[in-house]
Design a protein around this ligand. Sequence first.
Ligand SMILES: Cc1cc2nc3c(=O)[nH]c(=O)nc-3n(C[C@H](O)[C@H](O)[C@H](O)COP(=O)(O)O)c2cc1C
Length: 376
Amino acid sequence: MANSTIRTELCDMLGINYPIIQAGMGPFSTNRLAGVSANAGVLGIVSTSGFGYLRGSAAQMETGAAQVVKSLTDDLGGTWQEQLKRALRRVEESCREAKGIFGINVMVSSEVAEFAREVIRTTIELREEDPEIKDRLRVIITSAGDPLPLTDTIKSSGLKWFHVVPSVRHALRAERAGVDAIISSGQEGGGHVAWEPVHTIVLLPAIVRAVNIPVIGAGGFGTGASLIAALALGAAGVQMGTRFLATKESEFHPVHKDYILKGNERDTIVARGVVGPLRWIKNEAAVDFTRLTVEKAPGVFLGEPEDLADVAREVRAKEDEGWDAQFRGDGPKALMPGGEVGGLVDDIPSVKELVERIVKEAEDVLVNLPQKYLKD
Ligand SMILES: Cc1cc2nc3c(=O)[nH]c(=O)nc-3n(C[C@H](O)[C@H](O)[C@H](O)COP(=O)(O)O)c2cc1C
């Protein structure tokens, strides 16, 4: 037992040391975060949603979005596809020595479907051009949309394919699309949440029961004990977003990290955001934005999905202002995604320290539980 650690089928499938995924978190690229996470033995994920900014013009650099662009590339030359390839090459170089494994997250909702296809195509092309990348970049995590139209493209690429879902119905559709694993996205999570909310404690085992492929828990995970809870519910591992955001290396603004650090478990709120309901850190801007959502986009609270095209201009303008303030680090005016698990975050460690702590806690819990509760 002395040298044993926690391993699951997720570790075997991807060649990672621990059954933990550092979540993709846009719009920052999470390049650096993905590299250090891969080096720490978990799956590092590069978020690709921010590359949409590079389709714009140099004018983007005049706004707060300049901070996002800086996190994506240090060289604005060439097309955004070339910049994406350069960024992925840099991540691979940063985790080559430790043989880290990483992947990309692509949001595939209908509003961004064409861009998503191009991100996927560019990534597959890069893997074919570069054997080192092919070896290290092993996974694509799609989210926020329908996986079925992507089956042919992704399945023929040799990438492992995970899809994020908020319900059993969506999980069955993803299984039908041919994904290799499902990520169960519980309502406590930071960022996008479901039109019809279900929390991890019910959603995760319901999906495990319904499908015949590995399931990964997401939404509310941040500790070793919760990793063991996920395994007890039948998961093959966990994906953590908010917990990895609040680390030294993550690209997010220090003000964003500070809100997570100081907040408690009640300091988040759900309002409209990007393509649907989104969990924000509860500050002045988020409370105002929630009021506006109640008035102008009540479907968020009634489980009635509405297209982005139908959302009032006022709501979209207010959200844009909030993102811009986030990039600038303007605390009270900033809209900052974050999960309930922020209430359990009480430091900003390096990723290596965080992973070591989570794994140690998980091992201790696993060893101690039988001693404590299995009685003759
Ligand atoms: C700041 C932030 C940005 C996020 N951006 C994305 C994204 O671009 N695509 C995506 O699929 N999920 C995104 N998510 C969700 C995460 O990938 C992950 O599923 C979620 O954070 C898990 O819940 P947790 O925050 O409780 O760990 C984001 C989450 C946060 C906190």
